[in-house]
Every structure is written in C-alpha cells, then in structure tokens.
Ligand binder design. Structure first.
Ligand SMILES: NC(=O)c1ccc[n+]([C@@H]2O[C@H](COP(=O)([O-])OP(=O)(O)OC[C@H]3O[C@@H](n4cnc5c(N)ncnc54)[C@H](O)[C@@H]3O)[C@@H](O)[C@H]2O)c1
Length: 246
C-alpha cells in the first residue's frame, strides 16, 4: 500500500484506538496530523511518529467546536498543503442508566460523537481536491444494544447513517466514506481502570477469546484508507472477534 506524499488527520489521537491508527499510518510512511482535545497528549503522539522518521503535526482541537475544526483544517493545509485521509475517531462513552441520562449528558455526547464527526468530515471534504478517504470509528453499539449506553448507541447509529448518505454525495468527488465498528478494544477509555479478572470475563463472551487491540482496528482503517479499497464506499466493517455473531 502506498501512502507516499499522503496526509492523514486522526482525531482523538492522544491514546487508545486513535493513537494506534496514527502510528499505523506513520509506519506506512503517511504524514499524520495528530489532533486531540488534549494538546500535550497530541504532542506526545506526534513526537512518537517523528521518531519513526515520518512528519507529524500536533493540533489541539475539540471536534465539537466548528471554529476549532476549521482552524485544524487551515493549519493542516498551511503545513502540508493537502488532506487525503480523515479518521473520525474522537469519541466518548460514559455509562449512564437510561433513566439518569440528563439533557446535558445527551447534548455533550451527541456533540462530540455525531456533530464532531459531521464538522470534521464537512471541513475536510472541502479540502480533498483530488479525491480522498473518510473513515469513521463507529462501534458494534451501532448494531446491537448495550445497557447504560442509550445515548452512545444513538450516536453511533447516527454515524452509520452519515456514512451511507455521505458516501452517496461524495462519490462524485471520488471520496470514499466508510466506517469501522470495533468490538471491545483495550484502551485507556474502556479497560484502563478494569481489573485483569474483568478483562478475562469480557473475553469469555467473545468468540475469538480475547479483547481487541488498537492495532486490530488500525489495520482495518489503513486498508479502508488505501488504494486497495478504492471501490468500497458506504460500508460499516465490523472488527469485533465475532462478538455480535451470536
Ligand atoms: N475501546 C472500545 O472498546 C471501543 C469500541 C467501539 C468503539 N470505540 C470508539 O473508538 C473511539 C476511540 O475510543 P477509545 O476507546 O480509544 O477511547 P479513549 O477514551 O481511550 O480515547 C479517546 C480520545 O478522544 C479524545 N477526545 C475526547 N473528546 C474529544 C473531543 N471533544 N475532541 C477531540 N478529542 C476528544 C480523548 O482526549 C482521547 O484521547 C471512540 O469513538 C469510541 O466510541 C471504542
């Protein structure tokens, strides 16, 4: 796969799945704009990429704020002159029982997971002059229900809908739009505070008998962002070790 001269933006790339995706692109020789709400975290990831001999830039950006997203795109164009790939990875998933979700909880989660994905995609697509690839990080929670995640399931179901509708509109510009829907992946956000026993317990329910790693997701993202996936658009690729097959 050739990512020579390409530029990828990865949101929420301080840690977890976003960090894995940013490093995977760098290993393919792709220049990476590492962005996160946490500036120091983004800088740390960018430094790791530069150690691989690949150019990277760290930009602080809250994906739910239009001015910050517009600035992210401007800074990317100023530094690298182009945007080829956008990975909408930034997301939050606070567990709250349905009856206790406040209006504020709902608005915050939808702002980050759904509006953030919309703002970044619209702003990046404008700059994809020679075609491009947009990959969303959805979730198996877009396809099956999870207790205490009603707002999250709604947001990721929304992301899948956006993938299909955007893929239709952006086909004329040769921009592929797809999603990867991860199962349970070991990240600071999900398993950071989990005891080893709880992780083992979770693995028992997964046909592949283990939780996923950020690399499992990054490999799928790199494929969807490559020329090998040129004729694939509007799809949601489940990467979950078989969890939702039962
Ligand atoms: N870990 C899993 O099992 C799993 C499963 C399915 C889907 N996902 C999805 O994968 C993505 C990454 O999850 P993770 O487990 O790596 O999470 P994580 O909490 O470990 O990391 C998320 C990153 O996003 C950043 N972020 C949060 N709000 C942001 C905002 N408003 N703007 C910019 N950056 C922001 C955080 O600072 C953090 O670096 C999310 O979209 C999540 O919904 C994760």
């Amino acid at each position: 796969m050739s990512f020579k001269n390409k530029v990828a933006i990865v949101t929420g790339a301080k840690q977890g799945i976003g960090l894995g995706i940013a490093l995977a692109f760098a290993k393919e020789g792709c220049r990476v704009v590492v962005t996160d709400i946490d500036q120091k975290g983004a800088e740390k990831t960018a430094k790791r990429i530069e150690k691989l001999g690949v150019k990277a830039m760290a930009v602080a950006c809250d994906v739910s704020k239009k001015e910050e997203v517009d600035l992210l795109m401007q800074q990317t164009i100023k530094r690298f002159g182009r945007i080829d790939i956008l990975v909408n990875n930034a997301g939050i998933y606070p567990f709250v029982p349905f009856a206790k979700i406040t209006e504020g909880d709902w608005d915050k989660l939808i702002d980050v997971n759904l509006k953030g994905t919309f703002l970044c995609s619209q702003a990046a697509a404008k700059q994809m002059k020679a075609g491009g690839k947009i990959v969303m990080i959805s979730s198996i929670a877009s396809l099956v229900g999870f207790e205490e995640l009603v707002h999250y399931c709604a947001s990721k179901g929304g992301v899948n809908g956006m993938v299909r509708a955007m893929a239709l509109e952006l086909a004329a510009k040769k921009i592929n739009v797809n999603a990867v829907a991860p199962g349970a992946i070991e990240t600071p956000g999900l398993s950071g505070g989990m005891a080893a026993d709880a992780k083992k317990q979770m693995a028992v329910g997964i046909p592949w008998q283990r939780m996923g790693k950020p690399d499992d997701i990054a490999n799928a993202v790199v494929f969807l962002a490559s020329e090998k996936a040129e004729y694939i658009t509007g799809q949601v690729l489940v990467v979950d070790g078989g969890w939702i097959l039962r």
